[in-house]
Design a protein around this ligand. Sequence first.
Ligand code: FAD
Ligand code: PYC
Length: 413
Amino acid sequence: MQRFSGLAVALRRGAWGPQWRAPEPQAAYDAVIVGGGGHGLATAFHLARDHGMSRIAVLEKGWIGGGNTGRNTTIIRSNYLFEESSRLYDHAVKKWEALSQTLNYNVMFSQRGVLMLAHTVHDVQVFQRHVHANRLNGVDNEWLSAEEAKEFCPPLRISAGMRYPVLGAALQRRAGTARHDAVAWGYARAADALGVDIIQNCAVTGIVRDAAGAVEAVETTRGKIRTPKVGVVAAGNTSVVMAMAGVRMPLESYPLQALVSEPIKPVFPCVVMSNTIHAYISQSDKGELVIGAGTDAYISYSQRGALHVSTHTLEAICELFPDFRRMRMLRNWGGIVDVTPDRSPIIAKAPVKGLYVNCGWGTGGFKATPGSGHLFAWTMAKDEPHPINAPFTIERFRDGHLIDEAAAAAVAH
Ligand code: FAD
Ligand code: PYC
């Protein structure tokens, strides 16, 4: 097929003359966000509200909140070990504390406290180290004896001779839960009110770069959209989307699963987690016990986890909370989480002009949603990171400045 440049087309139409000007290539949007989960919607909200960008689109291949945002167990905490992570996650907890007011939407943030159980001498040492490090960083965390842990969470069994004895626990009282779908809807409604276009059933299939290598458009299942800035926030699928721009990411994708019981009257006052036995539990406002397991042992894009993983989790939950032995489970599901080698996220400029990436939250990104959206929007708008996310680069895996939070992830990998 013969192709004409803009100049050739203008000459053939007789448009060339003193009054004719080559048309400026118009961006359909100032910025496009790939992924309509909580992080993507929060980013769009902050771009519009804080940085005055009005032409923003969020492209979602399914429905908003249908990814990990709507599949997680909603645990929110900031008891991470390293300073970089403490700053990052506590920035988010502070934003959670005001989020219902910010969005004028009740996200049901409940600071009911997160208890992390220690079952071995190693656990005791690790969690006490976390308690001290957190307090030095101004993040609340305290050590409880087994008896104090039971007082805080009466259904917890602490008797001697258990397969997983409870030797104590770390408690973060400001930690808790929120309603996950309300977070997606709240951000979507607030972003929409600021003029953001949220386009569902629209998968990004390509990232187009100009002759100088900069981003100029995205290809989607609903056509091509021009834009000079693309923010990729496609948890679980990040590597696939970034490969469209020729960028190879240090990520692996794993299934992570959770399940809920039939609803019962309020019996469980807080959140309890145990990394050692791969289990965590809380009770939702609907009354369901919300229980999560560890990741599958192999990489996969499946949105369901292996049966033996949840069976193991339920055995452990029943030993720790024998009152729940006769409960029936209502439904289970999985999500795909993308995991970096140091188990910390990436919120950064990519090595392609106009391309930005927010990923690698692994098993723990829900808690970061409001902080992550704020920081990623800053990074995209100013083309440089905010001081809080400056350490969370892609280049740290080349340069060795790792933020090795495997223990604080609190979920077995
Ligand atoms: P998502 O909500 O997954 O959004 C990404 C979106 O991108 C998806 O909707 C997807 O459809 C879309 N997308 C992908 N590819 C494309 C494409 N090509 N074009 C357009 N759209 C695309 N974290 C916690 O902090 N606490 C917890 O208790 C917790 N529990 C968890 C339990 C489970 C079972 C799982 C699976 C995760 C859990 N997490 C938890 C992790 C947390 O859910 C995630 O880190 C977080 O929700 C990621 O949010 P997101 O907005 O980045 O991703
Ligand atoms: O990061 O707190 C967490 C978490 C709990 C369950 C899955 N992730």
